[in-house]
Design a protein around this ligand. Sequence first.
Ligand code: NDP
Length: 234
Amino acid sequence: MGRSVLVTGGNRGIGLATAKAFAEAGDDVAVTYRSGDPPEGLLGVQCDVTNPEQVEQAFKDIEEKQGPVEVLVANAGITRDTLLLRMSEEDWADVIETNLTGAFRVAKRAAKGMLRLRRGRIVFVSSVVGTMGSAGQVNYAASKAGMIGMARSIARELGSRSITANVVTPGFVETRLTDVLPEAQQKQYLESIPLGRFTTTEEVAKVIRWVASDEASYITGAVIPIDGGLGMGY
Ligand code: NDP
C-alpha cells in the first residue's frame, strides 16, 4: 500500500508534477486546489491555506479517504512583486500569509498525525530567492527564507520521532512565466545559471520525491538547491 501524501497547490505547476511523481511511485496522493476542477486521478480537496477551517476540513477528508498524511509537500505559493518603496502592507501580508503562515498551518496539522505514526516527511518548497534575495521580491524572499528557519526548527523538534523536515530551493523553472519573458531577458538569466538552462517541473518533482523517500532517511533540516548552480554559495 502507498503512503498518504498531501501536496498543497497541487493542481498545476510544480505541485501537480510532484503529485504525479508520487502517484507514479505508488503512493496515495491528495492535492489541494482552490477553484476549478481537481486534477484527474488524484484526490482533490478544496482548500485555501490561508483559511484555518478549510485546512482542518481538508485534513479530515484526507484522513478519512487515504489515512493520516505521512508525506507533506508544502508547495502552495504566490508572488506580489514590486520594489520596496512601492510595496503595500497588503502585498507584504498576502505573501507572508500564504507562503509562510500557510506552510506553518499545514505542517502543524500534518505533524499531529505523523507523531502518532512515529514517522513522516515534510518538504517545504522554498526558492533560490529565499537565500540570494531578489530585487522586487522583498515579501517573497522573506517568506521563502522563513521556511528555512521553520523547517530546521521542526527538524529539531520532531527528529526523535523519525519525522524529517527539509527545504528545496528551486531556481528558474520552465513555466508559462519564463516562456513569455523577452528573449534578451531570458538570455541574461540563462547566463547566470552554470548549467545554462532553466529547470523543469518534473526535475523539481523528482528531487522532492527523493527527499521524502526511504533513500533520504538520514537527511533532515537540509536546504537542497534545484537551481542549476545559480545560488551556489548562498
Ligand atoms: P503556480 O502559480 O503554477 O502554482 C501555485 C499553486 O499554489 C497553485 O496550485 C495555487 O492554487 C496554489 N495556491 C496559491 N495560493 C494558495 C492558497 N492560498 N491556498 C491554496 N493554494 C494556493 O506556481 P509554481 O508551480 O511555479 O510554484 C509552486 C511553488 O514553487 C511556489 O511555492 C513557488 O513559490 C515555488 N517556486 C517556483 C519557482 C518557479 O520558477 N516557478 C521557482 C522557485 C520556487 P490555485 O491554482 O488554486 O491558485
